[in-house]
Design a protein around this ligand. Structure first.
Ligand code: GLR
Ligand code: MG
Length: 433
């Protein structure tokens, strides 16, 4: 293996639309299709590495010029990525739209930094995959080696409709879940199918009393198993404390009950339940205030918006230093990202909570073989790179859907999707309750 063989000859970007079920959250409902970007980095030596990230227009705007700049560099040149991304980001109108909320308000405040990191993370993963394939090493080895052979995931429960309004999208065989019995049935099926042993309910959809009842029903069905509730910051401090009080005996952690570090700190000061977040600590800049104020006890990492697998490890090291726990957040994603999540999770010693994953909700993928959950875990592979293979026909079909789209699905907007069923809907102001 010569250095020249690790040089990037070509970067291919393929935006796709992936079927997504009508999952409800406090902002609205998932669209029938969600945009993702598939990144292929091809080396002079003939290795092709895969990466995956958000595929909305503002990400594509940055990914194009970044791909151009990658050509001729080495796949090992990962520390140069932030500088290159900053260069291409400078001109992007989306990147300067700081202050707007991101991903329908589910992922904290959008900044130029986060946008840039979300794009470059896909390139970093693709480079690591190519590097691993070229050298015969799994990605976890390039990150210093695994400390576990399996990575646990939790069942990600959603209130949901049986189908998208107007019969749009791809049907699936899941029933509606809009009450405690529906949530328990969904959890039972996910547990029986995939072996999950911990459960996270996406809340902020119904009145807190309804969601408390759903968690209580889960506790009855799965006694002693870890449960989490995440209303995406929809509650006031007082409501958060009331819910915390009522569910104290069954929750592993309460995730983003209230919006912003200040409210989270107020809640944390008055409850024993650990608070987790993927909303008030989403960048390195947000860590100092949240940690020194004791606002969060668990950070949900996400290699997409933290800027890649190596940054995820840096985040974990900071958390370890401050005695803050680490778990993992997930948006709609495919198998490339699940593989990347699994490789990095395998290398983080202080990852003591099962990771979130939307993957069971995704009926479509771009891989020749789907990743499997066994006993609620994904096995850490020692196959070179990420250990997954691209199915070019699937990729082409999902890209064709993106090309054919009238523009309504190319940017995720859960509130707009909700308006299809409820035309008066606007994303609620926080606190909602
Ligand atoms: O707070 C979270 O865990 C998320 O934002 C995860 C997902 O984005 C979820 O809320 C969704 O997609 O509806
Ligand atoms: Mg969350």
């Amino acid at each position: 293996m010569t250095r020249a063989e690790l040089t990037i000859a070509e970067v291919r970007l393929t935006p796709i639309l992936v079927a997504d079920p009508p999952l409800l959250n406090t902002q609205g409902v998932h669209q029938p299709y969600t945009p993702r970007l598939i990144i292929e980095v091809v080396t002079e030596g003939g290795a092709t590495g895969l990466g995956e990230t958000y595929g909305d227009t503002k990400y594509l705007d940055i990914a194009g010029p970044l791909a151009e700049m990658m050509r001729g560099r080495s796949v090992t040149d990962l520390n140069a990525l932030p500088g290159l991304a900053a260069e291409v980001c400078g001109d992007s109108p989306a990147a300067t739209a700081a202050g707007a909320v991101d991903v329908g308000g589910l992922r904290g405040v959008q900044t130029a930094d986060k946008l840039r990191l979300s794009v470059l993370s896909g390139f970093e993963v693709a480079c690591l995959d190519a590097w691993g394939r070229a050298t015969g090493l799994p990605v976890h080895a390039l990150l210093g080696g695994k400390v576990r052979d399996r990575v646990d995931y939790s069942a990600y429960l959603f209130y949901r409709w049986a189908e998208h309004p107007g019969g749009r999208g791809e049907p699936d065989d899941w029933a509606a879940a809009t009450d405690p019995a529906g949530v328990v049935a969904q959890a039972r099926r996910l547990a029986d199918t995939y072996g999950f042993r911990s459960f996270k309910l996406k809340g902020g959809v119904y009145e807190p009393a309804e969601e408390i009842a759903a968690v209580r029903a889960l506790a009855e069905e799965f006694p002693g198993q870890p449960l989490r509730l995440d209303p995406n910051g929809a509650w006031s401090v007082e409501t958060s404390l009331k819910v915390a009080d009522e569910l104290e005996d069954v929750l592993e952690y309460l995730e983003d009950p209230a919006s912003g570090t200040d409210r989270m700190a107020q809640v944390a000061a008055r409850t024993e339940i650990p608070l987790a977040t993927n909303m008030c600590v989403t960048t390195f800049d947000e860590i100092a205030e949240a940690f020194t104020r004791g606002a969060v006890q668990v950070v949900l990492s996400d290699h997409h918006y933290w800027g890649g697998l190596r940054n995820t490890r840096e985040l974990a090291a900071i958390c370890r230093t401050f005695g803050v726990g680490v778990s993992m957040h997930s948006n709609t994603h495919l198998g490339i990202s699940l593989a990347a999540m699994t490789h990095v999770a395998a290398t983080v010693p202080n990852l003591h909570h099962a990771c979130d994953s939307h993957y069971p909700w995704q009926t479509e993928d771009v891989l020749t073989e789907r990743l499997a959950f066994d006993g609620g875990a994904v096995a850490v592979t020692d196959t070179p790179g990420l250990g997954v293979e691209l199915d070019r026909d699937r990729l082409a079909a999902l890209h064709r859907r993106w090309l054919d789209d009238d523009g309504s699905q190319r940017d995720r907007d859960d509130a707009a999707a909700m308006r299809v069923a409820h035309p008066e809907w606007t994303a609620p102001a926080v606190p909602r309750w």
